[in-house]
Design a protein around this ligand. Structure first.
Ligand code: ATP
Ligand code: MG
Length: 427
């Protein structure tokens, strides 16, 4: 067996005069990350809003919400970056909430986030003793929701003497968290900011329980809690009084960018990632961007992913500038390849296309629209789900809401000017 031919791992982005993929959909991070901070654009009002919240001493609880992939994480990260420059402490990495977290795990992960940042920061933000205690607490594995924590540094003994072994309670964890925050606050002279991501991964019941159990925790003096979630979280927020009553400020909404903003964003990426002394080549015409913008309702994550896929697919030896036709053809081709092994019947395809055209749809609506019995629809859906074409987006009561794999939207792209195209290829 020979090795991988060297050309296969060649970086195509160099051909476009940039150091790395300018269409990466990675978020902008507080420190480091592949997307430079100077690529951040817009959100002026929201920055002011969140800036004011962080600036008011004492603490807060704020929800930042918006559709999937619009730029929520990047937004909060960038505002936290400004806060760090002013002397605030915040765990660099946002805390990614998991669906199975109970209140103890929630606090422990928060402490772990704080510790991870203290560990790589200059010493002095916290006392030595508290640091050691934090280290021993966050050292144990705590992904298990049935925590049986026995931690030496916490004054809990373990071993043979079972009687003196006790679990750390949420109460003592909260107390410890408060102590940590107080120490950091005293030493930095500023409040602390904690950013929780993916709140939507918690079920409504889960959110209710957490906010019930962690009321004191969330009231910690001098701590600003930011919860980031999608539109579903906003709905929960309104329907759980205990959740909304704990919040201090009006939720901040992050909306999709305008076409001008998307243009600016991509331009900035090329500027920031350009290879010194080289001119960069933007690999598509303005028409392409407009088409993708409309296809995805302005969703930046999907626009970037589409461009990234198309450019990687067509680039061989030299830089390519895609026009609307080549873009459509390329993406459709990629789509066909990805699903080539998963054949479906023409009837199932009709059902699929109805789903693709909508954000979500129920079996009932599909059966009304296509004038087919519910049982048939269920059969088609089952096949489509098994092959990965569709997934269950949400369920309320008996209603199941289906959505299609986002890339299937590429099938809606139109190829035009076929006559011109054939003339071109003729010459
Ligand atoms: N204000 C901005 N300026 C420039 N680029 C941005 C901005 N906001 C987001 N982006 C870019 O858009 C993409 C999506 O952003 P991000 O990951 O922050 O979205 P999100 O809403 O947190 O997504 P998800 O719902 O998947 O968590 C990333 O590549 C990010 O770098
Ligand atoms: Mg995010």
């Amino acid at each position: 067996m020979g090795g991988v031919p060297i050309e296969i791992i060649r970086d195509i982005w160099e051909l476009y005069g940039v150091r790395s993929n300018p269409f990466s959909s990675a978020p902008i991070l507080v420190k480091g990350g592949i997307i430079p901070l100077e690529c951040f654009i817009g959100r002026h009002e929201q920055i002011k809003q969140l800036g004011k919240i962080f600036g008011s001493k004492g603490g807060s609880r704020t929800l930042v919400y918006g559709d999937v992939g619009v730029g929520k994480t990047s937004f909060v990260n960038v505002v936290r970056r400004y806060a760090i420059e002013k002397g605030y402490f915040t765990p660099f990495k946002e805390i990614a909430i998991q669906s199975d977290w109970n209140s103890d795990v929630f606090i422990l992960n928060t402490l772990a986030g704080i510790f991870a940042t203290l560990k790589v920061s200059k010493p002095g933000s916290i006392g030595d003793e508290t640091y050691s205690k934090l280290e021993s607490i966050t050292d144990v594995g705590f992904s298990d929701t049935n925590l049986g924590l026995q931690i030496a540094g916490f004054g809990v003994s373990h071993g043979k003497d079972r009687k003196t072994t006790s679990h750390i309670t949420s109460f003592s964890l909260t107390e410890f968290f408060m102590q940590v925050c107080q120490e950091i606050g005293e030493r930095t002279g500023h409040d602390i900011i904690i950013h929780y991501n993916n709140t939507e991964l918690l079920s409504e019941d889960n959110i209710r329980d957490l906010f019930e159990n962690l009321r004191d925790f969330f009231q910690t003096e001098g701590v600003h809690f930011v919860f980031v979630g999608n539109l579903t979280v906003k709905t929960y927020f309104n329907s759980i009084p205990r959740f909304s009553s704990i919040m201090t400020d009006v939720p901040i909404i992050i909306e999709v960018f305008t076409l001008e903003e998307v243009n600016e964003l991509i331009k900035k990426r090329f500027e920031a990632m350009r290879i010194e002394d080289l001119d960069y080549v933007i690999p598509f015409t303005n028409d392409c961007l407009k088409i993708l913008f409309d296809l995805w309702g302005g969703n930046i994550r999907h626009i970037l992913n589409s461009l990234s896929t198309a450019v990687q697919e067509v680039t061989e030896e030299k830089p390519v500038v895609l026009d609307d036709n080549t873009l459509a053809r390329t993406l459709k081709l990629v789509l066909e390849k990805r699903y080539s092994s998963k054949k479906i019947t023409p009837r199932a395809k009709d059902v699929l296309m109805e789903i693709v055209r909508r954000e979500e749809i129920t079996n009932k609506s599909l059966s009304d629209l296509l004038d087919l019995p519910r049982s048939n629809i269920s059969g088609y859906i089952k096949d489509l789900e098994e092959s990965g074409y569709v997934y269950l987006r949400r369920k309320t009561g008996k209603d199941k809401f289906w959505s299609a794999d986002p890339i299937l939207k590429w099938s809606l792209l139109k190829e035009k000017n076929t006559i011109q195209k054939s003339i071109q290829s003729f010459y």
